[in-house]
Write a new protein. Sequence first.
Length: 119
Amino acid sequence: MRKLLPRLWNDQQGVVQAAEMVLIATVVLLGVMVGMATWRDGINNEMADVAQALDDFDQSYTVAPLTFVLPGPGGGSLTITIGPFGFLDTDDFCDNGGTTTEHCITIGTVSGPPDGTDD
């Protein structure tokens, strides 16, 4: 064992291959990091598009009047009309370029460096 350890320590075989493997691993790692950053940006853009589509979704609806004719007492009929009714989705502060855009989703580029503050 005393002779084996110094011999292994002084052995120079495989040094070139080890250096090549470190270089290859470094290049692969840098490529993976760039690829993951691109993937992250693509996912963020898709989520922003989905959020903008949900924000622009118009939830208004109307229901035409419903008329029911029921048999009434004494052989007559009883007519009941319900409606019309519905819901009108009005613009909120983010629609049509509102002035309070603090919590609105904005798709575009950021101008200037980030200041590090949290609004």
